[in-house]
Write a protein that binds this ligand. Structure first.
Ligand code: VTB
Length: 319
């Protein structure tokens, strides 16, 4: 893939963030998501690639746009898979809380796992702890491994986990192990990203979230030299069959980073919609100026760029 693609795709998340941030706190998550999706789709049409959506806003019959299988891009020799979450954390934005992001990952055709929309058990860590964790091991062992690799006492380790009743047991486990917890209302892609940046304070992400978000998180951590492991959790026969149809002969096997994102030629971009530990949200500076804060990275070279941009809002309206 051309390296210029990285700079082209950050425009895509910037536009989606700008278009959806107008809905911050308005309690209308579907409208916010639609605004992000519309902008993302229009900008993707200008990117120099021949792309297919492998992770999107749903199947063709349930999503009007950015559906799985949708062909996107301005054409050209970059044949790519595209994974998108135009607004990761629709509820967060609707209530004006932390860590709503616009997210995209792009890899050469056939490299991104076409993860069905089901739950996935996840564990994610930053570069310090890469190679030290294993989703198959008891959680306490992973906590100890993270503490050791980070030269921290277990009581200093901070674990991010979605605040859901299904996590009650592991929350108790983490507490009794003596580690600290950051409960998040939504947005486990942001939490996975945070593990790779010390300034966020987050050491690891564990627990069950969406599988599509798992592939996006794996793409980010691949660029960052961190580690992500997952396990799909099909809940009924139709989900099980979806897995088989995707070519996963053993749907509940451990998914390594290479299973989720093959090779290292992957590009990931995220723009903050609301403020988070890593990225600031969209700011309206007055006089039609809009500020965005993004991160864009390439797995092949390991370059991580933070992009602060000032836009003219009149040029960034997507209907
Ligand atoms: C997570 C989180 C997302 O879905 O994947 C979560 O990262 C999992 O689903 O922001 P439940 O809400 O059913 O627990 C989101 O919250 C929304 O896509």
């Amino acid at each position: 893939m051309d390296r210029e693609l990285a700079l082209e795709i950050v425009r895509v998340t910037e536009s989606a963030a700008i278009n959806s941030a107008r809905w911050m706190g308005l309690g209308k998550k579907n409208e916010a998501d639609a605004a992000a999706t519309t902008a993302m789709r229009q900008m993707l049409a200008t990117v120099h690639m021949t792309g297919t959506v492998v992770i999107g806003e749903g199947e063709m019959d349930e999503a009007p746009m950015l559906y799985i299988g949708e062909k996107l891009g301005a054409g050209g020799p970059n044949l790519v898979d595209i994974a998108v979450d135009p607004l990761e954390g629709t509820n967060i934005l609707a209530s004006g809380m932390w860590n709503a992001l616009s997210v995209i990952a792009v890899g050469p055709s056939g490299t991104l796992l076409n993860a069905p929309d089901m739950y996935m058990d996840k564990i994610a860590v930053g570069p310090r702890c890469a190679g030290k964790i294993d989703i198959d091991r008891p959680l306490i062992d992973n906590l100890k491994a993270v503490a050791e690799a980070s030269s921290k006492d277990l009581s200093e380790v901070l674990v991010a986990i979605l605040d859901r009743p299904r996590h009650q047991e592991i929350i108790e486990l983490i507490r009794s192990a003596g580690a600290r917890i950051k409960l998040i209302s939504d947005g486990d892609v942001a939490a996975a990203l945070n593990t790779a940046f010390e300034q966020t304070g987050v050491d690891l992400l564990v627990g069950i979230g969406g599988a599509p978000e798992g592939v996006l998180s794996a793409a980010a951590l691949k660029c960052l030299g961190g580690e992500f492991q997952g396990r799909l959790l099909p809940e009924d026969t139709s989900q099980w069959e979806r897995c088989l149809a995707m070519g996963l002969t053993d749907p509940t096997k451990k998914l390594t980073m290479d299973d989720l994102v093959a090779g290292d030629d992957v590009i990931f971009a995220a723009t903050g919609v609301t403020d988070g530990e890593l990225l600031r949200g969209v700011r309206y500076a007055g006089q039609h100026r809009v500020h965005t804060h993004s991160v864009v990275m390439r797995g092949k070279t390991g370059t991580i760029r933070f992009v602060e941009a000032i836009h003219d809002a009149r040029q960034k309206r997507f209907e």
